[in-house]
Write a protein of this length. Structure first.
Length: 686
């Protein structure tokens, strides 16, 4: 639009002295019929080959009809006949803009405005050249000079508008949102309620998660039937950002009813795109799938259809199908933002980290400094950066036992597949009645190796040195686990652990070694229900054997804050009963209901609270009530350091006895002691 207006201005100034029989050709140029204009002026030049105006117009027609280099040559030849002629010079310069050769045009315009500083066309042309080079600050300075020459010129104001739009976009891309907002609002001085600006402001507010402001912009945008549908689509997204997904679906459904009453294919597509997204946000997965299938029959190989199917796959735990859908998008458009970054997220969900890194970097090649792509890469880096974690706690119970422990763990990933870990645990415990004391030192080294996506082997070995009175002993400790995902939304852990019983001083003295053989299984669903089960068989050095079953059926009530509620059942048996030494009933059962809620207090502070209550039965004893609760608060001081405090209480029967009450208070700190992963320099995606 800007160039067209400038071209019309140039044509007008070029024909002030032209013969009247060229009027038809001038009209063709002004109307944008460049090929017809080329034929007209070509025929005219056969009769009058030396007519300067006809040559200029022919050159413009040639350049604007798709042959800018040919036009450049024509103007170059004209300059040999008329050296220093302003009209020819400005057309010559502009031919480089038609060819999008802005770097070549820049010094030419700089020279032109130096020679003709009062020529409006030269100054505006230079401003637009700088704008095309994304040198917005200088471009705006020059367009102000053009407006000073012709204060009421509409083409200059339109140029300034688009420069400000581009400048604002550069601010937004660099996360300078306030400057972007201020730059956009300046356009309203020339064009109140300009629709391009309203949409850009709405998009900015969506990026910074100010949904109400975005809704206000869309409301101002909705001034006719079609624009009101566009506004509804935007408002639905704003409601999603405001976490009002039910309202987003209601609004989106309204938009589909409105769009069915008009004939506008692109608007219909974008409206049904938003509607299916809203179905997915509301976890109406079967309805969304049926709608996608019906849309695909009608629209076939369209990228927005593939994107919907990919999104559905990510929401339903089918990341592999999402990768395939994003591949279809990239086959149609290799530079697609949704295709590139979407595939990066799908690969991450598939536990294919290096390919995910590659796709995120590929996104940045097409979209420099794009916020989401940079944030995704940062997330991957933080996951694989070496860390130190400190866990310290104080415990006490109604059996007069107190304990303090501190556990320091260092994790060092050497690649996305291989990580080493080293930990040191110190625990001291005392009975305040018997004054019996003991302490333990446990040093463990291990490695974690990803055998394949969703298949992780964890192997830890170390030594436990326990000391009590004037005696001590040292025992090896082992912990081996295999984490698997056999099917989507299912997790399975198989494990073996050799540990030394160290709950209190009396148990430490007895040097009881426990060999645990365990299985943990979690089944998730797309209907918010889940089922977790733990089976454990324990063989002890005192010849006793324990079998444990814990199973939990739960329901995800809310997503934000995340609220989970359910029913737990626990069953324990011991081969031998040695109640004077430790809690070892022939049969123990417990049933409880529980609730777990997790959410945000602020952007950097999160909380978690869980509680469970029910009944327990030890052998043939009467039922007794049980209650347990835990609460924690975590603050992220920076991207590399976090601290959390917690407290928990339980009166469920444990290693000591029924009627037992236990309390623990502690803190956890995590520090990423390097800025980036050790293997960061090896990541070469060029």
């Amino acid at each position: 639009m800007i160039r067209k207006i400038i071209f019309l201005f140039l044509v007008t100034t070029s024909v002030l002295t032209a013969q009247s029989d060229m009027t038809k050709g001038f009209g063709l140029l002004e109307q944008g019929n460049f090929q017809e204009a080329e034929l007209f002026f070509g025929e005219y030049l056969e009769e009058d080959p030396n007519n300067k105006t006809a040559k200029l117009c022919y050159g413009r027609a040639v350049g604007l009809s798709g042959e800018p280099k040919k036009a450049t040559n024509l103007f170059s030849e004209l300059l040999k006949e008329y050296p220093g002629d302003f009209e020819i010079l400005i057309n010559y310069n502009e031919s480089f803009l038609w060819a999008k050769e802005y770097e070549q045009a820049k010094p030419l315009y700089a020279d032109l405005v130096e020679k003709f500083p009062e020529k409006f066309g030269a100054v505006l042309g230079y401003a637009n050249t700088l704008s095309n080079l994304k040198e917005y600050k200088s471009a705006l300075s020059w367009v102000e000079k053009a407006i000073a020459l012709q204060p009421e010129n509409e083409s200059a104001k339109i140029s300034r508008k688009f420069m400000r739009l581009g400048y604002a976009n550069s601010f937004v891309n660099n996360q300078q949102y306030k400057k972007g907002e201020q730059t956009l609002k300046k356009v309203f001085e020339d064009f109140p309620n300009d629709k391009d600006v309203l949409l850009n402001l709405a998009n900015l507010y969506l990026i910074i998660k100010q949904g109400d402001k975005a809704k206000n912009m869309y409301a101002r945008y909705a001034t006719n039937q079609k624009d009101s549908i566009t506004a509804l689509n935007g408002i639905a997204l704003a409601e999603h950002i405001n976490e009002n997904d039910k309202e987003a679906l209601r609004i989106s459904k309204t938009a589909t009813v409105k769009v069915d009453q008009i004939d506008d294919v692109p608007l219909t597509e974008s409206t049904y795109d938003r509607y299916v997204q809203a179905l997915i946000w509301n976890r109406k997965f079967m309805t969304a799938k049926k709608k996608i299938d019906s849309l695909e029959v009608h629209y076939q190989n369209r990228n927005w259809i593939h994107a919907l199917r990919a999104t559905l796959g990510l929401y339903t735990g089918d990341a592999k199908s999402s990768v395939k859908s994003y591949d279809r998008i990239l086959a149609n458009d290799s530079a697609s933002f949704d295709g590139n970054l979407g595939k990066a997220n799908a690969l991450f969900a598939s536990d294919r980290i290096i390919p995910a890194y590659k796709m995120a970097n590929q996104t940045l090649k097409f979209y420099k400094n794009q916020k989401d792509a940079k944030g995704f890469i940062e997330k991957l880096n933080l996951m694989h950066t070496p860390t130190v974690e400190e866990h310290a706690a104080y415990t006490f119970d109604n059996g007069n036992n107190t304990a303090f422990f501190t556990n320091t763990t260092v994790d060092v990933p050497f690649s996305t597949k291989f990580k080493t870990t080293l930990s040191y645990l110190y625990r001291t415990t005392e009975n305040t009645v018997t004054v019996n004391k003991a302490n333990s030192h446990v040093v463990v080294a291990g490695l974690h190796y990803k055998l394949f996506p969703k298949g992780l082997l964890k192997a830890n070995v170390g030594i436990n040195n326990s000391r009590f009175l004037d005696d001590s002993y040292t025992q090896p400790v082992i912990d081996i686990k295999l984490d698997l995902q056999p099917f989507k939304m299912q997790n399975l852990t198989l494990g073996y652990q050799r540990e030394v019983q160290n709950f209190n001083a009396e148990l430490i003295e007895r040097e009881i070694i426990q060999n645990h053989y365990g299985l943990n299984y979690n089944l998730g669903t797309n209907v918010n229900f889940g089922w977790y089960t733990q089976l454990m068989h324990t063989q002890q050095s005192d010849e006793n054997v324990r079998n444990l079953l814990f199973t939990s059926l739960y329901y995800n009530v809310l997503r934000k804050p995340a609220l989970k509620m359910g029913l737990n059942y626990q069953y324990i048996t011991f081969k031998d009963q040695v109640p004077t030494i430790y809690f070892s009933p022939e049969k123990y059962q417990a049933v409880e209901i529980f609730a777990d809620v997790r959410g945000e207090i602020s952007e950097k502070t999160t909380f978690a609270v869980s509680a469970a209550t029910g009944i327990q039965k030890v052998e043939e004893d009467p039922y007794t009530n049980i209650f347990r609760a835990e609460a924690s608060v975590k603050h992220q001081f920076s991207k590399r350091f976090s601290l959390s405090v917690y407290a928990k209480y339980s009166n469920i029967a444990s290693a000591t006895a029924a009627g037992f009450e236990f309390t623990e208070i502690g803190l956890k700190a995590k520090w990423l002691f390097l800025k980036k992963p050790l293997f960061h320099k090896k990541l070469n995606f060029d």
